[in-house]
Write a protein that binds this ligand. Structure first.
Ligand SMILES: [Zn+2]
Ligand SMILES: [Zn+2]
Length: 633
């Protein structure tokens, strides 16, 4: 059979499975073989997450289900999966509303979308299959047809738990049929948010149009005349979001902003697995409930004594913005991958600069006054600063439990990037263009939450901080590009330094590579390296000894000690190399009329930058900018 024929056959087989319909007895056979088809909602979601794969890492469990979509919220994901695990085991938490607290456009919306799309796909697979009573408006579990007296026996036989009662419509049909279960048909159920099956979403809109029937359904007045009574279940529309979400997932946006009676309906659903509707008996529903709110609303909720009874009925997880620059950068990369940046080149470090800025706006001032906000940003990102240990960084994090709950969102910075793209006169946007756009956005009050003058000033100060950081990056990038074969040169300086330092510490002579003569170690050379980082003549010996000890220790561990292995020595080597070319870079980049030799060097450097991901436009903009920076020194 051809490849296409096989796929067609596979497709036919799959759609047959999805359209399965049978008798109640046939369904019982399925449950006997695959008891998991009768799982409750939380267990289904938990199994779905775990079935995608779990990885044990030193930082905790990583769930492949969320991979590539969510960045910087691993601990929160872990907490949420823990909730589902406990709820799947029918612990008490399943009766609580999972409440995600966080600012807009954090991972929380993405996370819920992941779960929804995941369920749609999972319920199409054999492992995620589930079934419903045919023509039931709540697409309920067929085992509800088992009378209470027979349940214990059947639960034991099938290895399942049967929970819940028939919905009003099925009850009516059951009575009409004289209690004949064989009148009911069972069908395979596939979740679809668009078709309103198994996934419900509620966003409170205009308060004037708010009606609880949006959640719990309502009376179909046209049908009352047909069926004669308001309490005839056939005259009821089971089209509220709670009805729709039965067996699956119910998402409530801005829950704490909703009217009291709306909030109460959700709590009843969570607590009692019941939907309360006007004059009907309670309707059983099995749903995992996720509600969202922001920190401000949550704090108001907590401080209002009227809410005391509700407080222990929620399971709260704070979902902050990313606080690590590298995570934030990955968020932008995913956002950009989903849209087309109109053929505009994004220069290296543009997203890095955007991420630094966004993260800065989310950080609280460090309690330790010797640290700057930028230091803290680097520490969170895992960049070493002033010999501060990982343990101390964790300690700093603990001092700021609400960090990341405010600040500008990834959407904000991406808006500024789009604006910068629109302003650019060339098909390339670079960090300076972006910083200009961010300044404009701050001044024009385009960042919600930063509209008062004080907040505006803070934002402008932050553009200056990021700019200073970017300037360092520029100098280093351009200088490195100017040093021919930078890595080799650095490694060469390093080995030469080590040879000399070793001889000097042990009071030995070194061999001149050309003449073979025994000569004194090159003190002037060593000092030219050490002076770069302010090692005094008296401290030189101790510094050299320290380096030699480190080299020996690394050798014992079987590790390679490179020119950049020791933070301070690395800095000294860079500075020495840069010192050698500084004058050259300065004159070459800033002169308006370069001579042929300068022009040649400039072209070479530009070429080296293009190798690193720059385009013609941003490479020459970078050189020009570096020239102006060095001019000022
Ligand atoms: Zn039903
Ligand atoms: Zn470019």
């Amino acid at each position: 059979m051809s490849g296409f024929g096989e796929r067609l056959a596979e497709f036919r087989k799959q759609s047959e499975a999805l359209n399965w319909e049978g008798s109640f007895d046939e369904y019982l056979e399925i449950v006997r073989r695959h008891p998991e088809v009768a799982r409750l909602a939380h267990a289904r979601i938990y199994d779905m997450i775990v079935s995608a794969g779990v990885e044990e890492t030193p930082e905790g469990r990583r769930y492949r289900f969320f991979e590539g979509k969510l960045f910087g919220i691993d601990p929160q994901i872990q907490e949420i999966v823990d909730y589902f695990r406990a709820a799947a085991n029918r612990l008490d938490v399943r009766k609580r509303v999972l409440l995600l607290i966080g600012p807009p456009a954090t991972g929380k919306s993405t996370l819920v979308i992941q779960l929804k799309r995941g369920l749609e796909a999972y319920t199409r697979t054999p492992e995620g299959a589930l079934y419903a009573i045919k023509d039931c408006p709540m697409h309920e579990e067929p085992l509800h047809l088992v009378p209470p007296e027979l349940r214990p026996e059947m639960e034991q036989e099938l290895g399942v738990t049967i929970e819940g009662t028939l919905c009003p419509v099925c009850q009516w049909r059951w009575r009409e049929s004289g209690g004949d279960i064989n009148q009911f048909r069972v069908r395979r159920l596939v979740f679809s948010e668009r078709d309103r099956i198994g996934i419900g979403t509620f966003t409170p809109g205009d308060p004037k149009d708010l009606d609880t029937s949006l959640l719990v359904g309502g009376i179909d007045f046209a049908k009352i005349t047909q069926y004669g009574s308001e309490s005839d279940p056939r005259a009821f529309r089971f089209d509220g979001e709670f009805n729709v979400a039965n067996r699956g997932l119910m998402e409530e946006q801005e829950w704490l902003k909703q009217p009291k009676d709306f909030m109460a309906l959700l709590l009843t659903l969570a607590q009692e697995q019941n939907i309360k509707v006007g004059r009907y008996a309670l309707i059983y529903a099995d749903e995992a409930i996720i509600a969202h709110s922001n920190l401000h609303e949550y704090q108001r909720f907590l401080t209002n004594p009227e809410n005391d009874a509700m407080k222990n009925r929620v399971y709260m997880v704070m979902v902050p913005y990313a606080l690590r620059v590298k995570d934030e950068e990955r968020i932008y990369e995913t956002m950009l991958a989903g849209s087309s940046p109109h053929g505009v080149h994004i220069a290296p470090y543009t997203l890095n600069v955007a991420a630094m800025y966004a993260v800065l706006t989310r950080l609280e001032e460090p309690k330790d006054k010797t640290l700057s906000l930028m230091d803290k940003l680097k520490l969170y990102n895992g960049d070493p600063i002033k010999d501060i240990s990982d343990y101390q960084v964790d300690e700093i994090r603990r001092q700021h439990p609400n960090e990341g709950m405010s600040g500008i969102s990834p959407r904000d910075t991406m808006n500024a990037l789009t604006y910068a793209m629109g302003q650019a006169s060339v098909p390339c946007v670079n960090p300076i263009d972006l910083l200009r756009a961010l300044r404009y956005f701050a001044q024009a009050q385009k960042f919600l939450g930063f509209v008062n003058p004080e907040a505006q000033k803070t934002l402008l100060d932050m553009t200056a901080m990021v700019r200073a950081e970017y300037d360092k990056i520029v100098k280093k990038t351009v200088m490195t590009a100017f040093v021919h074969a930078f890595e080799q040169s650095a490694q060469h300086v390093f080995t030469h330094y080590l040879d000399q330092a070793e001889a000097s510490v042990q009071h030995l002579k070194v061999t001149d590579p050309v003449t073979g003569e025994k000569i004194d170690p090159d003190e002037a050379f060593m000092r030219s390296v050490e002076e770069q980082i302010g090692v005094s003549a008296t401290a030189a010996r101790a510094f050299r000894e320290e380096i030699l000890v480190r080299v020996a220790a690394a050798a014992r561990r079987g590790e390679q000690f490179r020119w950049d292995s020791h933070q301070r020595l690395k800095e000294a080597i860079e500075k020495k190399l840069f010192g050698d070319v500084r004058q050259l870079v300065q004159t070459t980049t800033s002169t308006k009329t370069p001579d042929p030799e300068q022009q040649k060097r400039r072209d070479e450097v530009q070429e080296a930058l293009i190798q690193q991901g720059y385009c013609q436009h941003c490479a020459s903009a970078l050189l020009e900018y570096a020239g102006s920076l060095l001019q000022r020194e």
